[in-house]
Design a protein around this ligand. Structure first.
Ligand SMILES: [Zn+2]
Ligand SMILES: [Zn+2]
Length: 157
Protein backbone atom coordinates (compact mmCIF):
# COMPACT_ATOMS: atom_id res chain seq x y z
CA UNK A 1 0.00 0.00 0.00
CA UNK A 2 1.27 3.40 -0.90
CA UNK A 3 2.06 5.71 1.93
CA UNK A 4 0.95 9.20 1.15
CA UNK A 5 1.69 12.35 3.00
CA UNK A 6 -0.64 14.53 0.97
CA UNK A 7 -4.18 14.21 -0.30
CA UNK A 8 -4.48 12.47 -3.64
CA UNK A 9 -6.93 15.08 -4.88
CA UNK A 10 -5.98 18.46 -3.49
CA UNK A 11 -2.44 17.78 -2.26
CA UNK A 12 -3.23 19.12 1.17
CA UNK A 13 -1.15 17.62 3.96
CA UNK A 14 -2.87 14.58 5.39
CA UNK A 15 -3.83 14.56 9.03
CA UNK A 16 -3.68 11.80 11.58
CA UNK A 17 -5.30 8.55 10.34
CA UNK A 18 -5.90 10.00 6.91
CA UNK A 19 -4.40 7.72 4.27
CA UNK A 20 -5.29 8.89 0.81
CA UNK A 21 -7.72 11.77 1.06
CA UNK A 22 -7.83 14.73 3.39
CA UNK A 23 -11.60 14.76 3.55
CA UNK A 24 -14.78 13.02 2.48
CA UNK A 25 -15.17 15.70 -0.19
CA UNK A 26 -11.90 14.70 -1.81
CA UNK A 27 -12.70 11.02 -1.55
CA UNK A 28 -16.03 11.61 -3.23
CA UNK A 29 -14.34 13.64 -5.92
CA UNK A 30 -12.14 10.67 -6.73
CA UNK A 31 -15.04 8.27 -6.98
CA UNK A 32 -17.06 10.75 -8.94
CA UNK A 33 -14.24 11.07 -11.44
CA UNK A 34 -13.96 7.32 -11.72
CA UNK A 35 -17.66 6.76 -12.17
CA UNK A 36 -18.64 9.84 -14.12
CA UNK A 37 -17.29 8.33 -17.34
CA UNK A 38 -19.21 5.12 -16.80
CA UNK A 39 -22.20 7.17 -15.81
CA UNK A 40 -22.20 9.32 -18.96
CA UNK A 41 -21.81 6.21 -21.05
CA UNK A 42 -24.73 4.64 -19.25
CA UNK A 43 -26.84 7.77 -19.71
CA UNK A 44 -26.01 7.86 -23.41
CA UNK A 45 -27.04 4.22 -23.82
CA UNK A 46 -30.24 4.83 -21.90
CA UNK A 47 -31.05 7.85 -24.05
CA UNK A 48 -30.31 5.88 -27.20
CA UNK A 49 -32.55 3.06 -26.08
CA UNK A 50 -35.35 5.47 -25.20
CA UNK A 51 -34.98 7.25 -28.51
CA UNK A 52 -35.35 4.04 -30.47
CA UNK A 53 -38.81 3.44 -29.01
CA UNK A 54 -41.71 4.90 -30.93
CA UNK A 55 -44.21 6.78 -28.79
CA UNK A 56 -47.21 8.99 -29.52
CA UNK A 57 -45.57 11.60 -27.33
CA UNK A 58 -42.52 11.64 -29.57
CA UNK A 59 -41.75 12.62 -33.14
CA UNK A 60 -39.48 10.63 -35.40
CA UNK A 61 -36.30 12.22 -36.63
CA UNK A 62 -36.10 11.40 -40.32
CA UNK A 63 -32.33 11.74 -40.34
CA UNK A 64 -31.42 9.08 -37.78
CA UNK A 65 -34.81 7.38 -37.40
CA UNK A 66 -34.98 7.90 -33.66
CA UNK A 67 -37.81 9.38 -31.63
CA UNK A 68 -37.67 12.55 -29.63
CA UNK A 69 -39.96 14.76 -27.62
CA UNK A 70 -38.50 17.88 -29.15
CA UNK A 71 -37.14 16.73 -32.42
CA UNK A 72 -36.34 20.31 -33.46
CA UNK A 73 -33.86 20.68 -30.61
CA UNK A 74 -32.41 17.25 -31.36
CA UNK A 75 -31.84 18.12 -35.02
CA UNK A 76 -30.08 21.35 -34.18
CA UNK A 77 -27.87 19.76 -31.53
CA UNK A 78 -27.07 16.44 -33.19
CA UNK A 79 -27.41 16.97 -36.92
CA UNK A 80 -26.37 20.63 -36.87
CA UNK A 81 -29.02 21.86 -39.22
CA UNK A 82 -31.85 24.26 -38.45
CA UNK A 83 -35.35 22.93 -37.90
CA UNK A 84 -36.44 24.96 -40.91
CA UNK A 85 -33.76 23.38 -43.10
CA UNK A 86 -34.79 19.95 -41.88
CA UNK A 87 -38.44 20.51 -42.70
CA UNK A 88 -37.49 21.77 -46.15
CA UNK A 89 -35.24 18.78 -46.84
CA UNK A 90 -37.72 16.21 -45.65
CA UNK A 91 -40.78 17.78 -47.17
CA UNK A 92 -42.53 18.97 -44.06
CA UNK A 93 -44.48 22.17 -43.91
CA UNK A 94 -41.81 24.76 -43.24
CA UNK A 95 -44.06 26.89 -41.08
CA UNK A 96 -45.28 24.00 -38.97
CA UNK A 97 -43.32 22.93 -35.92
CA UNK A 98 -42.56 19.32 -35.26
CA UNK A 99 -44.12 18.71 -31.90
CA UNK A 100 -45.90 15.77 -30.32
CA UNK A 101 -49.61 16.35 -29.73
CA UNK A 102 -49.43 16.97 -26.01
CA UNK A 103 -46.72 19.59 -26.46
CA UNK A 104 -48.72 21.09 -29.32
CA UNK A 105 -51.68 21.41 -26.99
CA UNK A 106 -49.49 23.06 -24.40
CA UNK A 107 -48.22 25.52 -26.99
CA UNK A 108 -51.73 26.22 -28.22
CA UNK A 109 -52.70 26.95 -24.64
CA UNK A 110 -49.84 29.41 -24.34
CA UNK A 111 -50.78 31.05 -27.62
CA UNK A 112 -54.35 31.23 -26.43
CA UNK A 113 -53.27 32.92 -23.23
CA UNK A 114 -51.12 35.39 -25.16
CA UNK A 115 -53.96 35.78 -27.61
CA UNK A 116 -56.24 36.86 -24.81
CA UNK A 117 -53.88 39.70 -24.10
CA UNK A 118 -53.88 40.68 -27.76
CA UNK A 119 -57.65 40.49 -27.90
CA UNK A 120 -57.84 42.93 -25.05
CA UNK A 121 -55.60 45.27 -27.00
CA UNK A 122 -57.59 45.06 -30.22
CA UNK A 123 -60.75 45.27 -28.16
CA UNK A 124 -59.54 48.57 -26.81
CA UNK A 125 -59.04 49.96 -30.30
CA UNK A 126 -62.40 48.60 -31.35
CA UNK A 127 -64.19 50.42 -28.55
CA UNK A 128 -62.63 53.70 -29.48
CA UNK A 129 -63.42 53.33 -33.15
CA UNK A 130 -66.96 52.09 -33.05
CA UNK A 131 -68.65 53.41 -29.95
CA UNK A 132 -68.49 56.95 -28.69
CA UNK A 133 -65.38 57.56 -26.61
CA UNK A 134 -67.22 58.06 -23.34
CA UNK A 135 -69.54 55.11 -23.77
CA UNK A 136 -66.63 52.72 -23.90
CA UNK A 137 -65.17 54.16 -20.79
CA UNK A 138 -68.33 53.92 -18.76
CA UNK A 139 -68.79 50.32 -19.69
CA UNK A 140 -65.53 49.38 -18.13
CA UNK A 141 -65.56 48.76 -14.43
CA UNK A 142 -62.84 50.11 -12.22
CA UNK A 143 -61.40 46.63 -12.01
CA UNK A 144 -61.13 46.38 -15.76
CA UNK A 145 -59.49 49.78 -15.94
CA UNK A 146 -56.92 48.78 -13.36
CA UNK A 147 -56.24 45.59 -15.21
CA UNK A 148 -55.77 47.47 -18.45
CA UNK A 149 -53.45 49.89 -16.73
CA UNK A 150 -51.41 47.00 -15.37
CA UNK A 151 -51.36 45.43 -18.80
CA UNK A 152 -50.17 48.68 -20.31
CA UNK A 153 -47.38 48.93 -17.77
CA UNK A 154 -46.46 45.32 -18.40
CA UNK A 155 -46.30 45.81 -22.16
CA UNK A 156 -44.15 48.89 -21.80
CA UNK A 157 -41.51 46.97 -19.88
ZN1 LIG B 1 -8.01 16.84 -0.27
ZN1 LIG C 1 -31.77 12.50 -35.59
Amino acid sequence: MEIRKTCKICNKKLGYRQRTYCSATCRNKFYNKKYSKQHTEWQRKKRDKEASISDIKKIKCEICGKYYRQVGTHIIQIHKISAREYRKQYGFDVKKGQLPNDLKKLKAKQIFENGTVNNLKTGKKFWFKKGSKTAGRYERSEQTMNRLKQLHKFNKR
